[in-house]
Ligand binder design. Structure first.
Ligand code: FES
Length: 100
């Protein structure tokens, strides 16, 4: 299990699963920041070219950070805080919401 809290040793820790790997991350951290700190080079692939993409603005504007979080696609990972037990996966290509 990777521990990603060396810069905040007093923080409450949450365990999330990213692409099958458990990460221990500080509470209050965003999903995108957590997976980037774990070394992820990208969080999704383009539905057009298949190229690897990663979050850019980290403030909810660009939508480059879309990920599948707890089985729900098209989630803005830069705007969602980690929750204990959260399961996060890269979003590959275009996804459709279940009710959309
Ligand atoms: S990184 Fe731009 S909206 Fe999330």
């Amino acid at each position: 299990m990777k521990r990603l809290h060396e810069n905040s040793p007093d923080a409450e820790l949450m365990t999330i699963t990213f692409e099958g790997e458990q990460l221990q991350v500080p509470a209050g951290e965003t999903v995108l920041a957590s997976v980037m700190a774990a070394g992820a080079r990208y969080n999704r692939t383009s539905p057009i070219s298949g190229s690897e993409r990663s979050g850019y603005c980290q403030m909810g504007v660009c939508f480059e950070c879309l990920m599948e979080i707890d089985g729900i696609p098209n989630q803005q990972a830069c705007a969602i805080q980690v929750r204990d037990g959260m399961v996060v996966n890269r979003q590959n290509g275009k996804k459709v919401l279940a009710n959309g």
